[in-house]
Ligand binder design. Structure first.
Ligand code: 13P
Length: 255
């Protein structure tokens, strides 16, 4: 199975010059053919960065709106980011659930819009206010968010289109935890649980093809703890992706 390293730059950096500097560092990365490197910068930089990247990476956006066009002040549609050249859309990130009040219903509408435009959703589950407490029932949260995100989506969509799921507990984000990732045992337990839910719902053949990623303080120091031992298809990386040298190291260590 293909592996994924997804860079979520979040609301960084402050200007295009700096964004281009990070991109220059990325262009030095020695990319193996089985790794899909996906860059999700702030949307305002997307066009410029895609143009400068020479087709080296895949591109994504950190959010989207569910309508294609219309009176939705401040929103950007899946169709608009598709026309810019994005292939992936992060949906339901824990920061959006927590700070922007993104609900399961909104996540469901967004994921449908992404599928409709034939882009690839990177669905984030395990986040939100209720999940902030480390002792919260992660399996219950993940199950609820997964099924509401996929609510009323035909099984043939899941079967025929690319779709990624990421487990991202909010208490493990580098900005919250000071680089304390979730324990490997926890990631193993939750990712296996997601795998079981997917295979039970869509059948083994389909379910096992859906890549499951982990996000939360993954960096060059700890990536092997996850990539060597766990059955993950890749990682969603925030803070460490802003440092191209460290990110390049992570690509090397992902083999
Ligand atoms: P960090 O890697 O900074 O913890 O962020 C993870 C994340 O939120 C990626 O979407």
């Amino acid at each position: 199975m293909k592996k994924y390293l997804v860079a979520n730059w979040k609301m960084n950096p402050v200007d295009l010059q700096e964004a281009e500097n990070i991109l220059s560092g990325y262009l030095e990365i020695n990319l193996q053919s089985d790794i899909e490197l996906v860059v999700c910068p702030p949307r305002i930089f997307l066009r410029n960065l895609i143009e400068k990247s020479g087709g080296k990476f895949f591109w994504g956006t950190q959010n989207c709106f569910w309508e294609d066009i219309g009176a939705y002040t401040g929103e950007v549609s899946v169709l608009q980011v598709k026309k810019l050249g994005a292939k992936y859309v992060i949906v339901g990130h824990s920061e959006r659930r927590e700070f922007l009040g993104e609900t399961d219903e909104m996540v469901n509408k967004k994921i449908k819009a992404v599928f409709l435009q034939k882009l690839v959703p990177i669905l984030c589950i395990g986040g939100g206010k209720e999940a902030k407490n480390k002792k919260a029932d992660a399996l219950k949260i993940v199950k609820g968010q997964l099924f509401s995100a996929l609510h009323s989506l035909p099984a043939r969509t899941i079967k025929n289109q690319e779709f990624l799921v990421t487990y991202e507990p909010p208490w493990a984000l580098s900005t919250v935890s000071g680089n304390q990732s979730a324990p490997a045992k926890k990631v193993a337990e939750v990712s296996y649980f997601i795998f079981k839910l997917l295979t039970k719902t869509y059948g083994h053949q389909v379910g096992k093809q859906i890549p499951i990623l982990y996000g939360g303080s993954v960096n060059a120091e700890n990536i092997q703890k996850f990539s060597k031992k766990l059955n993950l298809a890749g990682f969603l990386v925030g803070g460490a992706s802003l440092n191209p040298k460290e990110f390049a190291k992570m690509v090397d260590l992902m083999e």
